[in-house]
Design a protein around this ligand. Sequence first.
Ligand SMILES: Cc1cc2nc3c(=O)[nH]c(=O)nc-3n(C[C@H](O)[C@H](O)[C@H](O)COP(=O)(O)O)c2cc1C
Length: 489
Amino acid sequence: MTTPDPARRQVHLVAHFPGVNSATVWSDPASGSQIDFASFRHFARTAERGLFDYVFLAEGLRLREHGGRIHDLDVAGRPATLAILAAMASVTRNIGVVGTLTSTFNEPTELARQLATIDHLSGGRVGWNVVTSPDAFHGANFRRGGFLPYAERYTRAEEFVALAKALWDSWEAGAILADREAGRFVDPERVHRVRHRGPQFDVAATSTVPRSPQGYPVIVQAGDSPAGRDFAAANAEIIFSRHTGYADGQQFYRDVKGRLPAAGRDEDSLLILPGASFALGDTDAEARERAREISLAQTSPQTAVAWVEAIWGRALPGLDPDGRLPDAEPGEGEQRQGQVSTRVEDRIARAAELRARAEAERLTVRELVAAETAHHTFVGSPATIAAEIDRYVQGRASDGFVLVPHLTPGGLDEFVDRVVPLLQERGVFRTEYAVDPVTGANPTLRRTLGLPEPQRPDSARYRPEGGPGDASAAESVPEDAAVPEEVPA
Ligand SMILES: Cc1cc2nc3c(=O)[nH]c(=O)nc-3n(C[C@H](O)[C@H](O)[C@H](O)COP(=O)(O)O)c2cc1C
């Protein structure tokens, strides 16, 4: 084990709890529960043993459906994010805990309070992955039903995050006096009400929670459109991306980092971490064989048929997973709901492409689906995978990876045991967390990530005599600053 080499870009690693979905091999005898606390504890502690930056949860607000029925790969459930973050924080000490929570269906004051609370309980180790949620299928879960028009989802996200930050910043340092002699606990002059009027929210709120040890939770974003990228450049400190190819990753990296100067930010204030899966073996050949086995295990006969039906947009009764693709042409219906990746623009062209591949490679339906959905980013021996991760980071194709193992909860263990030491030997991965040598205090998540702590806005902005500050930023201001009656559009 060597110390990190300051001349080389450092790798960031995130552990994505796999739960149960189409990439998880739940039928493997080594697979455990996706909901028992023991699974979350094992996974979070393994990631902490591997000195990962944080452990991560995606969010699914509604069980997927296929052909109007619950899609079985979601039946096992998707437990709620905040409770799991708190639980994982309580059994770890230094690693960050980051959860996905939609800005489309939550309310800012309540969500800001929940996140700030866990940020305090964990010693400043929390992050929030702000997503805008995919569609009206999920929207039907909520009070207003339906969905927002696409563009409005990002304007709502902007307003949501601005309001959350105003609340998180609304307690000044030193607001808690705890002065026994004077009998004063809080200095009310230093706790500011936030008055916000905007197209999405009209709120007069006070935060019930002081600023956290890292200021406020780290903001993560996952969304790929130009609007999503602009939102990230203005608001996020991390992007969870889908761009796992090397050249594609470099292009995405340049694009997003190129948007930062317009937002007054520098390159290192935003980290780009694509999702990645891996198949390890003692040798590269053994790893390739293992990757093939995993893809086949991920594609049960039922999964293969459901995948083809989702592309074909219709039920295909009698389709043999060990036989050929159907002769019938695709329909126009939506067979699958709640899964963005199965939507197809031109079904007939896609069907022709699949038929051509199956014929050329002499593949059965199941083999074809396994080949089409195989998405291991890293396949090889520990040395090969460590070298590959290092290449991506030095080549600015990413700042590291969000690793998604195929087994819950033990799928990360071999990566921690076999690949992490090799990254450390290369001098590109930490060999310890930055625990305070005097107090023993844990590092905040921002510190672990090497991100600057957010500066609290100048207190003058919070006082009537200081004026409202920048009027263009006055959509979300403390109530005791002058607030315009109407927020300019
Ligand atoms: C890598 C990645 C992960 C995502 N994870 C989630 C998730 O866990 N839950 C969710 O509701 N949406 C998730 N989304 C969806 C985004 O929030 C967003 O709704 C979607 O990508 C459409 O926005 P876009 O057009 O800007 O990409 C994810 C998107 C990406 C790219």
